[in-house]
Design a protein around this ligand. Structure first.
Ligand SMILES: NC(=O)c1ccc[n+]([C@@H]2O[C@H](COP(=O)([O-])OP(=O)(O)OC[C@H]3O[C@@H](n4cnc5c(N)ncnc54)[C@H](OP(=O)(O)O)[C@@H]3O)[C@@H](O)[C@H]2O)c1
Length: 333
């Protein structure tokens, strides 16, 4: 009797660096969990700016991800799905558990039917009653939360979130409100209602005169899209106020400021880089927020896995609001 072919699955395979077309859905071997690992049947993943950065990295990124082509061939950090099998010795999760969270660094691969992660991965049980698409919310919130932690935002503070319609910005507004801060959200005209729905105390249209004439003073400015210069914001900061940008800017224009700020230990200009090892506690924190209906990521678009290249194209346009979900399993239960 001929041996059965090994099981396969669909995966979004990244064939080379570059455009969305470099991401192609192919049949690949279905992974098998080793000792201490979980096999997750992926129901929902996202395409986010971290994935896009990995698809089209700058020079430094290539040193990390692979010089000529990406070492990892399937991306996807955000994951929500069902544990299908566990390797020897796993105690944290059982088959049938509905889980969400993030694949660990260099173990990303959720843009596929299945992904294997260590049981120590930042995962938590999906709160009862929540669909997979509503649980696949971590990437933007992780950066937002890290920024707010660095600022140590609290009830006595006022914060301006610029670009509050993005994944990081929309999370920053909600998480800063949860910390009791007074939040001003700045967005395009088309996102004004979205920003209000996030609970911002004040919402400003960046195309309007109100924005150009803004003369309030803030403890913190969180530039969540990396589009504008620190010098644009300096006059809006209170004495001792701090500025954070999610990106080093189109020409790396934040780099000298970040360097100076670190060298002088003022930390006046900073980036929301999460602390190493902080992801498990963050996912547990998000589970509590989701269970209490105190956080939601606006879902801009949903694509089936087969159309993932279109999702990359849209996210790379820089125009998404909130998150873009990949409905991998074609169901949300
Ligand atoms: N280093 C990393 O690993 C890493 C990871 C994640 C994110 N990031 C960076 O963080 C930034 C934000 O990420 P994200 O995922 O939150 O972004 P995103 O969701 O793609 O943000 C897009 C949003 O920004 C708004 N926007 C675009 N241009 C704007 C402008 N000039 N002023 C105000 N808003 C503008 C867009 O709406 P309108 O066009 O309608 O304004 C859109 O709603 C990106 O620059 C990304 O590269 C870096």
């Amino acid at each position: 009797m001929a041996a059965a072919d090994p099981p396969t699955m669909r995966a979004a395979v990244v064939t080379r660096y570059g455009p969305p077309e470099a991401v192609q859905v192919r049949q690949v071997p279905k992974p098998v969990p080793a000792a201490g690992e979980l096999l997750i049947r992926v129901h929902a993943a996202t395409v986010n700016r971290t994935d896009c950065g990995e698809l089209n990295p700058r020079v430094f990124g290539r040193l990390v991800f692979g010089l000529r082509r990406p070492r990892r061939t399937t991306f996807g950090f955000d994951v929500a799905g069902v544990v299908e099998a566990v390797g020897a010795g796993v105690t944290a999760f059982r088959p049938g558990d509905r889980v969400f969270g993030m694949c660990p660094y260099r173990r990303n691969g959720a843009q596929a039917d299945y992904v294997v992660v260590p049981e120590t991965a930042p995962l938590a049980l999906i709160p009862a009653g929540l669909g997979f698409a509503q649980a696949v919310v971590c990437e933007g919130a992780y950066y937002a939360n890290s920024g707010l932690q660095q600022f140590d935002v609290g009830p006595a503070h006022s914060i301006l979130v610029y670009g509050a319609s993005g994944a990081i910005g929309s999370a920053a507004v909600q998480l800063a409100k949860a910390r009791g801060a007074h939040v001003t959200a700045v967005v395009a005209t088309r996102h004004l209602d979205l920003a209000r729905s996030l609970g911002a105390d004040r919402v400003i249209d960046y195309t309007a005169d109100e924005f150009r004439r803004l003369d309030a003073r803030f403890d913190f400015v969180f530039e969540a899209v990396g589009k504008t210069s620190y010098f644009r914001w300096r006059r809006l900061l209170k004495p001792g106020g701090r500025f954070m940008a999610t990106d080093i800017g189109p020409w790396g224009h934040y780099l000298p400021l970040l360097l100076a700020s670190a060298l002088t230990k003022t930390h006046r200009v900073t980036v929301p880089l999460p602390r190493r090892g902080s992801a498990p506690a963050f996912v547990a924190f998000m589970r509590a927020r989701l269970a209490a209906s105190q956080f939601h990521a606006p879902i801009d678009r949903t694509y089936p896995l087969e159309a993932i290249a279109d999702a990359y194209r849209y996210v790379m346009s820089g125009q998404k609001a909130g998150i873009v979900v990949i409905d991998v399993a074609g169901s949300d239960g």
